[in-house]
Design a binder for this molecule. Structure first.
Ligand SMILES: *Cc1c(COP(=O)(O)O)cnc(C)c1O
Ligand SMILES: [Zn+2]
Length: 442
């Protein structure tokens, strides 16, 4: 079967470009480009046949089809030759049944999709495998690309550096100085990327990288490049597959540059088009109150949108005031009867810490989504019988200071609600026993 996909202008002029072209915006009208698929060709396989095919490949060893992304290759990027694919077995991430945390909230069907349990520790791997594979294909066809590059809040650069180094392609990383964690900073360094720490915020790095992208020999890996969205949309397909092809009621996802919420929607729409599912979930996008341009727009019924200057938040990966994918995100939220809510610094930290006590280890962005979940349950927007998925975007291990500061005795007053500070004690049996008794009795 001849499957095909291409870039198409999303601003109505419908101009098309091959996926192998180094292009991010429409030449005619400057609109953002989206990847479109030959849906009729895909429809020649029945929904049942697609499901069987995906089940046969899922997490098996036939390279690259065991990957959660490449197991859905026909729906993601059929144009890439298998020999050019750079895969690290992305996807296939755990769907954590949060039964204890759910019970505390009165929910019986709450799940956390652990997208951060992956090669570089965030969901960014899902999109980067597609983008770097395409760059690899262009280079192998003797295209003139000298390097791939991105501006990042930390996780995109980690993913780009890892995949580029696996492919042997030079990577250039622009990071806002002192605004990413040590763990995030060391990833591109270890992978040999040129790592530039700039005295600005993410939006400032983005401005510079967009200028660099005018050069045809640098390939831009930010999510303005829709190839990444194609990989990320497998999150939806994988969730539905993990539930035996049943669609959940609600999905809550943290949003910064807003590519991922758009990808989530795209995955569901594609399954809907192909008859793999017959309904859509509702989507809630969760923002940090200190970086909330989409929340503000939602307050106007999405009739207005203004970029803002994002203020400093613990949820550094979503500290973005001028999200590049805002229009696609709004379109997605309208289609999915979606909502947008926000979380304060205290709310996000408490929500992450509270859920940690039920076996999770949440990053601050997942904390934002969990805080929004709690509010939605309190408002009875989410009902006890609803099946709810929270998208956990990164592993908490990339953000240790977030937790170390929370669980710090020297914390200001009042102490955080779920504080669990370590206790320093003499190495004395009686004292140790007394301390344990006091702990267990209170
Ligand atoms: C990139 C990222 C996000 C935000 O995704 P967008 O597509 O920019 O909205 C959220 N959480 C983490 C951990 C991320 O790395
Ligand atoms: Zn156009």
């Amino acid at each position: 079967m001849n499957y095909n996909a291409w870039f198409q202008c999303s601003q109505g002029c419908a101009e098309t470009y091959p996926l192998s072209e180094v292009i991010y915006r429409c030449k005619k009208c400057d609109g953002l480009l989206e990847v479109r698929h030959d849906i009729d060709a895909l429809k020649e396989r029945s929904a049942a046949e697609w499901k069987t095919l995906f089940e046969q490949r899922y997490m098996r060893t036939q390279y690259p089809y065991g990957s959660g992304v490449w197991g859905k290759k026909e729906l993601v990027c059929p144009n890439i030759d298998d020999n050019n694919i750079i895969s690290m077995y992305e996807g296939g991430t755990n769907l954590f049944w949060a039964d204890r945390f759910g019970a505390q909230l009165g929910l019986g069907d709450l799940w956390i999709k652990q997208c951060g349990i992956s090669h570089t520790g965030s969901f960014k791997d899902l999109g980067m495998t597609v983008l770097v594979s395409m760059v690899n294909q262009i280079i192998n066809a003797s295209g003139n690309i000298r390097a791939v590059m991105c501006a990042s809040t930390g996780d995109t650069s980690a993913a780009l550096a890892a995949y580029a180094s696996a492919a042997g392609i030079p990577a250039i990383i622009l990071l806002p100085k002192e605004k990413v964690t040590r763990e995030q900073l060391i990833q591109p360094i270890a992978n040999g990327a040129l790592t530039l720490s700039l005295e600005t915020d993410f939006d400032g790095c983005m401005e510079i990288v967009q200028k660099l992208a005018a050069r045809p020999d640098f390939y831009l890996a930010n999510s303005i490049n829709s190839l990444r969205i194609e990989g990320q949309k497998t999150i939806s397909i994988e969730i539905v597959q993990q539930f035996n092809w049943e669609v959940p009621d609600w999905i809550i996802i943290p949003g910064g540059n807003l590519g991922n919420v758009s990808a989530l929607g795209l995955g569901f729409l594609m399954m809907y088009d192909l008859g793999i599912i017959d309904k859509l979930p509702r989507i809630a996008c969760a923002q940090a109150e200190r970086a909330n341009p989409l929340y503000r727009s939602y307050q106007t019924g999405f009739t207005e949108f203004s970029a803002i200057t994002a203020r400093s938040t613990q949820a550094t990966a979503i500290q973005i005031g001028n999200p590049v994918s805002v229009h696609r995100a709004i379109r997605t939220l309208r289609r999915f009867d979606g909502i947008v809510d926000q979380a304060t610094e205290t709310e996000l930290a408490d929500a992450a810490a509270r859920a940690d006590r039920t076996g999770l280890f949440n990053c601050p962005h997942t904390g934002v989504a969990l805080a929004v979940l709690i509010k939605m349950v309190e408002r009875k927007q989410i009902l006890p019988s609803d099946r709810v998925i929270v998208i956990s975007t990164a592993t908490g291990l990339k953000f240790p200071d977030f937790k170390v500061e929370y669980h710090n005795v020297a914390h200001g007053e009042p102490p955080p609600r779920y504080l669990n500070a370590p206790i320093e004690l003499e190495a004395d049996y009686e004292r140790v026993l007394k301390q344990i008794d006091t702990h267990l009795d209170t």
